[in-house]
Design a protein around this ligand. Structure first.
Ligand code: GTP
Ligand code: MG
Length: 130
């Protein structure tokens, strides 16, 4: 079955949103197949977001991801990659719809609570990496 890498970022953990995130994915019908809470090494954060390394916000993005523990999860189910991105909402919370996680819980693009893989191929890479 299809799998996605979903990660609650440090702001989501600090704000007590772990249960809320898990609830939304469970209620949709997806299956949690792996979960780990960890402090992220800088090198791991840099690898995870390697595609963005030339962007001006890359340094602050890495600072953000290493600023506290994250909850790394693998979720499984039909179309979980695309549907997971819908549950999460648009990257910039200014554009994410109410009813999505970012739409309901975030206001800043640099503190947007959660990560979700953007393709099946990247999901496989991210699951292997994490
Ligand atoms: P992820 O699920 O975290 O990968 O987000 P995404 O796929 O919706 O967006 P993308 O992969 O393009 O960017 C990764 C992360 O970088 C975003 O979630 C933001 O936290 C951050 N980011 C993206 N664009 C900007 C930006 O313009 N400014 C700042 N400060 N951060 C950004
Ligand atoms: Mg992304």
């Amino acid at each position: 079955d299809e799998r996605s890498y979903i990660m609650i970022k440090p702001d989501g953990v600090q704000r007590g949103l772990i249960g809320e995130v898990i609830k939304r994915f469970e209620q949709k019908g997806f299956k949690l197949v792996g979960l780990r809470m960890l402090n992220v090494e800088r090198s791991l954060a840099e690898k995870h977001y390697a595609d963005l390394s030339s962007r001006p916000f890359f340094g602050s993005l890495v600072d953000y991801i290493v600023s506290g523990p994250v909850v790394a999860m693998v979720w499984e189910g039909r179309n979980v990659v695309v549907t997971g991105r819908k549950i999460i909402g648009a990257t910039n919370p200014a554009a994410s719809e109410p009813g999505t996680i970012r739409g309901d819980y975030a206001i800043e693009v640099g503190r947007n609570v959660i990560h979700g893989s953007d393709s099946v191929e990247n999901a496989q890479k991210e699951i292997a990496l994490w």
